[in-house]
Design a protein around this ligand. Sequence first.
Ligand SMILES: Cc1ncc(COP(=O)(O)O)c(C=O)c1O
Length: 376
Amino acid sequence: MIYLDYASTTPIRKEVRETYQMLLENYYGNSDSLHDVGRATAKLMEQSRAAIAQLFHVQKDEILFTSCASESNNYAMKGFAWKNAHRGKHIISTCVEHSSIHNALEQLKETFGFEVTYLPVYADGTIHLEDLKKALRKDTILVSMMLVNNETGAINPIKECAAYVHAYSRAVFHMDGVQGLGKIPISLHDVDMATFSAHKIYGLKGSAILYKKRNIELLPLLSGGQQEQGLRAGTSNAPTNIVFAKTLRLALEEQEKAYQYVQELNIYLRREIENMEDMIINSPADASCFILNFSDLKIGSEVMLNALNAKGFCVSAQSTCSSKSKAISHVLLAMGLGEVRATHAIRVSLSHMTTKDEVEKFIKALKEIHHDYRTK
Ligand SMILES: Cc1ncc(COP(=O)(O)O)c(C=O)c1O
């Protein structure tokens, strides 16, 4: 199979796998135990936390280990909202967020009486600062926005939005940085909280972090022991947390080279698809080059996905977390691209591991499917 679904998840990097294997064998101690085996595990886990903090230029106690970005997002939404409800019950987000933000906010709204304003996006897939300015209120306690959209690659103006929120309100700014990490430069100094996942950067599944500035208080979503500053009870998944630092370091070290390389592939793929009859690109021109979303106006997403799969290609139609629902892409609809494009969308996501030959084969397969379908 030719894998072109790296925004969904990535294979584990060899160095990460080997380190993880070593950690599983040697660092099995409970990091809260007071004996030497436990202490050795705790020491490595705290070293990993410190290394992650250093890579992000933040403080060690601002990094929390979680099990996935969905969990980090739930902490940032519900953990924050519940702890800070006395300051106000209004939250701002966007209409194109990942389900782990959207559904957490819907729960806060439906069950806990919070008010949520979802900012619109435009044809370029991004939110506009003017809308945020209008939405911000005295009782707004939280603004959450994704850096890179997982379906189209559209990049939001995080720096400007966060700066405005900080200048004109007391609200806290959270960024879902999952699809940006290891791909484009990220500054955590602009934001108050941020979410990242290891399995999108050639690391382990079940491994993520929540960055949270020191002064920000969250309500624990898991009650019990003292782990992760008492916010997330349960014996720490130490080997997984330890190897996150290496995963991140390797991803950041290769980021620039990977970007240059993938950008070339993206330009080539985009041009080829643009030149095909009945094909239309949905990703904005300045989107992250790691994601290219397009629609074949004659072939629906499911038919195309299955046809590509039969020819040996792995791609997605919309967010993988929504792939089993029949719902059409809420992201493309929000961009105003219409129902046909939203129901015919295909997301290709590229990597430094993708070869030009794989892209050429993909284009050939696309042309064959397109031709077969038209001559049926
Ligand atoms: C933007 C974004 N946020 C959050 C997530 C959830 O990540 P995880 O699988 O680690 O829960 C994803 C996964 O696709 C994503 O793309």
